[in-house]
Design a protein around this ligand. Sequence first.
Ligand code: EPU
Length: 432
Amino acid sequence: MLPADGDLSEPTIVVRSGRALSGEVVVPGAKNSVLKLMAATLLADGEHIITNVPSIVDVGIMSELLAAIGVTTTRIDGVDGIELRLVNRGAITPVAPYELVERIRASINVLGPLLGRFGHVRLSLPGGDDFGSRPIDMHLKGLSQMGATFEVQHGYVEGRIEHDRLHGADVTFEFPSVGATENILTAAVYAKGTTVIDNAAREPEIADLCTMLVSMGADIEGIGSATLVVHGVEPHSLRATTHRTIPDRIQAATYLAAVGVAGGEVMLRHARPDHMEMLLRRFGDMGLELTAQHDGLMVRAEGRLRAIDVATLPYPGIATDYKPLVVTMLSVADGVSIVTENLYPGRFRYVEELQRLGADIRTDGHHAVVRGRPVLSGAKVRAHDIRAGAALVVAGLAAEGDTIISGVHHIERGYDDLVGRLASLGASVERC
Ligand code: EPU
């Protein structure tokens, strides 16, 4: 059960400002990669091993969903972090029930593998998110082009294929959707013929999924580019594999933002600067000193950040998931900034929480004007989604007095021990 609003027994995170951060933090594996890698295990029987898995609630929910479908997951805690063993014995029930789909968006990633391999799927229609409606029309349109038919009934979308296999198609997205790219990709690996995905999303997590699919035996060209060419392989020919999840660029950015507002010098072990180039350039414009290192990234900040204008865009642009962190940093920067949201127009709800901390932010449609203040002032605030929650923790580092954050369960969906990691860098932060 999730805690209700105002529940006095609900856990909180308490943050106090005033300490520069120092030391080293290990960046965990990426949530938005690992959940898709887990779904891809539906494509081949046998024992799959995924390493560098973050300890987050969403991995547990994805395991529950896969268990309901027929893949069992065992978690092994080793010296090199968490490893998952996923066993697919081929006894599959291709149904993704409402109770699990409504808990994580990534559950829709079973659509492509189930349809592509078993020719049938029943998926509860995903609902909206706190930051707006999140349709799957592009997923369904692309799969229809490959020979699937869909019917929506009683809150479920039921997909079938006309012949024994999907067939290759030219799928051009009007917008480079992450989820739709992944579903077409995982459906296309077993399709008859070649599928060309144009205007594909280019996020590093998609390249990570492609790398795993190739190691399972899939034939994919153009990995990392906006045109993915998938040559379908023979049915049931993919094999189980072992794959290491890429590090989480959003969690890495969270520690950069923390150093940005608190000051100090921190080494982000395993961070991949090549996955965050645009963001690092803009963080440099704000005054962070960033140096790529062997197996990581060093960040140093001193004095007040500088205001910048910034707009969210699909990769390689500035990700919408970074935005709450960026707005938080700009709330204490020197000058006035304009932030434009191009992906989720409704993704400004956390602004009201930042305003409770004294931030001077005005929103108009998908723009926010942020007038930097030298310091924020601690208050009780609530996290409404994962990224907004992490941004409020960072804001607490820039606020005088205590910042008490509720809605901690959102943060724990996607952050692997944010509190412990920040505390190890010297921040005064605890989970109560
Ligand atoms: N869209 C459609 N129709 C579709 C698909 C998408 O209109 O069929 C729209 C969405 O409504 C949205 C935009 O396109 O406005 C972007 O959607 P996209 O499909 O690219 O995003 P997603 O796959 O649903 C993933 C991440 C999000 C991240 C976005 C954008 C996962 C599980 N989620 O979502 O991450 O914000 O890409 O980068 O990978 C998070 O981790 O907190 C999170 C929300």
